[in-house]
Design a protein around this ligand. Sequence first.
Ligand SMILES: Cc1ncc(COP(=O)(O)O)c(C=O)c1O
Length: 343
Amino acid sequence: MSNFLKDSLKNAPPYIPGEQLTGVIKLNTNESPYSPSPKAIAAIEKETNKLMRYPQVDANDTRKALARRLNIKPENVFVGNGSDEVLRLCFQAYLEFGSKAAWSTPTYSLYEILAGFAGAKIIDVRRRDDFTVDIEALAKAGADLTIIASPNSPTGTLTPLNEIDELASKVKLLLVDEAYADFAGITASKLIDKRKNLIVARSLSKSYSLAGLRVGFAVADNSIIDDFMLLKDSYNVSRIANAAAEAALDDTAYFETIRTRILSTRRRLEEGLSKRGWKVFESGANFVFAVPPDRDGGAVYKRLLEKKILVRWFGNDPRTAVGVRITVGTDEEISRLLEVIGE
Ligand SMILES: Cc1ncc(COP(=O)(O)O)c(C=O)c1O
C-alpha cells in the first residue's frame, strides 16, 4: 500500500477470490463447466468491428432482454459489471461511515470487505447449524442495509420466498443476492412491486456460463435503479458484454439444456458423496457444501489438489472448515472426483 491511501482504508482487508489455477479439474469458483451459448459467441464476433465506438451508456439492449426474460419493465433493471458491481453500489449508495449492515454468516465474504471500505458496522446474525437464517433475529438487528444470499454461498442454502418477503416487511432496505437463483428456479424479483425496499442482485456468470464477461444485474423499484445509474461508471458494460448478454438471454433453449445438465450432475454428486458417508447440505445452487466423515475439510482439499482437483475450503470459520465446497462440473469431472474420494 502507498502512503497516500486514505486512513480509513489503511487497515481494510482485501477480498480473497478462489484460485484461478489451470491444469486442474477446476471446481472451486462455481463457474459453469460449459461454454457460453453459440449465439453469444457469434454476437461477440459480430460486435468486434464496432469497438472504436463507446457502448450504450445504460446497457439498454441487455436491459430490454432481461425485461423480456423476467417479464418486468426495463426501468426496473440495472445492468452491472458482474453482480459484484451491484453489491458495491449498494454499499456506496446506502451506507455512511458508522452505518449498520447486517447478514448471516457463513456467507459471501465480499460483504465484509465492502463494509470495511464503507466504514460500516457489521452485525452478524449467525446462521443456524443447518445454515438456515433466523429471519426474525436478522430483522431485529435494525440495520441500514440487510443482506441475504439465497441460495447462499458457500452453503447452497435456499431461503424460502415467504421468509424473504417477511424480512423485507421488517427491515429498512433488503438486498437479496441471487447469484445462483437460476439453479433454484426461485427468485424474489417478483416481489419488487410489493416491496419498494427490496433489491435483487443476479448474475449471468454462473447459469449463463459468462463469468469471464462480467455481467450482473439488479432488479428493484425504479427509484433504486436511478441511484445505481447515478453512481455507476459512465460505461460500465462493454459493447462485447452487452451484445453477448443479450444473445445469451434470448437463447432460452441453450440455457435450459445447460441448467438441466448441471442439476442432474449435482444429484449424482450428492448421491455419490452421501454413499461415501459424507454429510451433504441441501443446495439450490450449482455447487454443494459437504462434510467428509472425518470432518477434516482441509485434508480433503489438500488430498484432492494432489490429484489435480481443485475445490474450495473455507478454513477461516470452524463451521465451514469441517467440509469443502464443490462446484458441479461436467459428469466426467464429477466421476473423477468421486473416484478419488472413494480411494
Ligand atoms: C453469493 C455470490 N454473490 C455474487 C457473486 C458475484 O458474481 P458476479 O460474477 O456476477 O460478480 C458471487 C460469485 O461467486 C457469489 O458467490
